[in-house]
Design a protein around this ligand. Structure first.
Ligand SMILES: [Fe+2]
Length: 193
C-alpha cells in the first residue's frame, strides 16, 4: 500500500483583518417620558384643526402635514431639548467641529390608512430624525435603504440576511421611539392599516 501524503490545507492569509468601511449608523432610543407623546399629539391636533399645515402630497392617499417650524413652539420644547442633546452626542460620534447646532425644520405627519411615502432624502441637513407619537394597530414602518441599493448589478440568493447583504433596514414602530440617521440615507414610509 502506498502512502499518500495528507491533503494539503489551502493556503490562508496570515494576520487577517476585516474592516467595516463607510459605516451607516442608526441611533435610536425611547423618550424619557412617554407621556410627552400624548401632550404633543394634543398640540398637533390643535394645529390641524386650526387649518394651518397642508395635505402632504406624493401619493394617492394624502396625509396631513403640519407647518415645518414646530421646533419654535413652546409645546415642543421638551422634545426639542431631547433632540438637541442627542444630536450633540451624535455630532460627537462624527467628530464634527462646531460652535453650535440647531434644528432647521420640524414637522409632523398624520397619515391616513394605506398612506405611503416614497423613498427620499433630506437635503441640506446632517441628521434627520423621527419620533413615533401615536402608533395605531398595523401601523406601517419607516424603511431605510442602503445607499448602494441602486448601484448593485448582481444580486445573489442569500440563505440568510445579515448586516452585510441587507439593503433595507426597518424597526417596528413604537410609541415614543426616536430614530436619528444621516440625512442622505434614503427613507420611506410604508403605511398599512
Ligand atoms: Fe422625510
Amino acid at each position: 500500500m502506498l502512502d499518500r501524503p495528507a491533503a494539503a490545507k489551502p493556503a490562508r492569509l496570515a494576520t487577517k483583518q476585516m474592516f467595516s468601511m463607510f459605516v451607516t449608523p442608526m441611533f435610536t432610543g425611547m423618550l424619557p417620558d412617554i407621556g410627552l407623546c400624548d401632550r404633543i399629539e394634543t398640540k398637533l391636533r390643535e394645529i390641524q384643526k386650526s387649518g394651518r399645515g397642508s395635505p402632504s402630497p406624493g401619493g394617492m392617499i394624502l396625509a396631513y402635514m403640519t407647518p415645518d417650524d414646530l421646533q419654535t413652539l413652546l409645546e415642543m420644547k421638551e422634545l426639542v431639548d431631547v433632540v438637541m442633546a442627542e444630536a450633540a452626542s451624535i455630532l460627537d460620534v462624527y467628530a464634527v467641529h462646531r460652535d453650535s447646532h440647531y434644528v432647521s425644520n420640524m414637522w409632523a405627519n398624520i397619515a391616513n390608512p394605506n398612506r405611503r411615502h416614497n423613498f427620499h432624502i433630506h437635503p441640506n441637513c446632517l441628521l434627520s430624525g423621527l419620533v413615533y407619537i401615536k402608533v395605531p394597530k398595523n401601523c406601517g414602518a419607516t424603511i431605510f435603504a442602503s445607499p448602494r441599493l441602486h448601484a448593485k448589478n448582481l444580486e445573489p440568493d442569500y440563505y440568510k440576511m445579515n448586516e452585510f447583504n441587507a439593503d433595507i433596514f426597518s424597526l417596528p414602530p413604537e410609541k415614543g421611539r426616536m430614530l436619528i440617521w444621516p440625512s442622505d440615507l434614503p427613507t420611506a414610509r410604508l403605511n398599512v392599516r
